[in-house]
Design a protein around this ligand. Structure first.
Ligand SMILES: C[S@@+](CC[C@H](N)C(=O)[O-])C[C@H]1O[C@@H](n2cnc3c(N)ncnc32)[C@H](O)[C@@H]1O
Length: 298
């Protein structure tokens, strides 16, 4: 397997591992809802999962030291994007496109809510092939409203690939772009916004997470997890390349033809999802992350 194929699968499995561990959380309010994440782990990550499950508290403390804020960030990210998905479905979308889907399990977890929605998972062919193998073990067949769309973003453009897959430009669509844009050069990020803007029906929207520009530029090393994330991603050969100055997010999106519906900072996400009954926080999340939801301007 080539290095880039390996890297694509590894990055998807790494976040699935954290979600799988999060799904073991005993407290209902703080359990990661992704109960399918563990089904996607390959042999190596599965072994790590079982070891970490056995020594859960100790392992989470170690992971927290190595990658401060990552475990709880993946919990709030799953929760918040799940909420955006369900709200948007309730408002009436006809298509869901998950960009860089990796081991995203929403189409399987929300199968019933998505019955009337045409769903597309867009990802690297190597990750998709691995996902297909894992899914076959868990489900007799894929949902009939799901199309897997293989693409190598480094070699192909999104719009013709989407068009060939049966995606329809005149249907109101939610795009989910989770944990991906931070690894892309500015030009690739622009190309995705351009594709959505130019090839989606009015009322369509995109939900995505991003990191602050200061972390990408190396000007912020003090926020929780900033230095470790920069070092860790560079070490894995997938450095973080793209970020937005949160004071300019609204402007950034307006320039690309989008209206900002919500943009939650790390503080806002912690406040919403990590508070215990007495007001204290159950854990800390990466301090430089945001989750935004933006609708195409009419
Ligand atoms: C960090 S994972 C995020 C996966 C998923 N969205 C999630 O949050 O669990 C990044 C995803 O980008 C995909 N990816 C990486 N390089 C790619 C490429 N050149 N073309 C298409 N997809 C790619 C990987 O296959 C992987 O699924």
């Amino acid at each position: 397997m080539s290095a880039s194929r390996n890297k694509a699968i590894e990055s998807a499995e790494g976040v699935a591992l954290f979600r799988a561990l999060g799904a073991l959380e005993p407290r209902d309010a703080f359990r990661n809802p992704d109960f399918l994440a563990r089904d996607f782990l390959g042999p190596r990550y599965r072994r790590t999962y079982h070891l970490m499950k056995l020594f859960r508290r100790f392992s989470l403390r170690r992971a927290e030291r190595a990658m401060p804020g990552s475990y709880w960030y993946l919990f709030v990210r799953t929760r918040h994007l799940d909420e955006i998905l369900l709200e948007t479905v309730a408002e009436g979308i006809e298509q869901l496109v998950i960009l860089g889907a990796g081991y995203d399990s929403r189409i399987y977890r929300f199968r019933d809510s998505l019955r009337q929605v045409a769903c597309f998972e867009v990802d690297h062919p190597a990750t998709q092939a691995a996902k297909r193998r894992h899914l076959r073990r868990r489900f007799p067949e894929l949902p009939s409203n799901l199309t897997l769309v293989p693409i190598d973003f480094n070699r192909e453009r999104l719009e013709p690939v989407l068009a060939e897959s049966g995606y329809q430009e005149d249907k109101k669509t939610l795009f989910i772009w989770e944990g991906v844009c931070l690894y892309l050069p500015d030009s690739s990020v622009d190309a995705v916004f351009e594709t959505v803007r130019g090839h989606a029906a009015p009322g369509s929207s995109i939900a995505f997470d991003y990191v602050t520009r200061a972390v990408v530029d190396g000007q912020d090393s003090s926020t929780l997890g900033a230095a470790e994330t920069r070092q860790g991603t560079t070490g894995l050969g997938e450095p973080i390349l793209f970020g937005i100055d949160p004071a300019k997010t609204e402007h950034f999106l307006a320039e690309r033809g989008f209206e900002l519906l919500s943009d939650l900072s790390s503080e806002a996400l912690s406040e919403r999802y990590l508070r215990e009954g007495d007001g204290s926080a159950v854990g800390e999340i990466l301090g430089f992350t945001h989750i935004a939801h933006a609708r195409m301007l009419g």
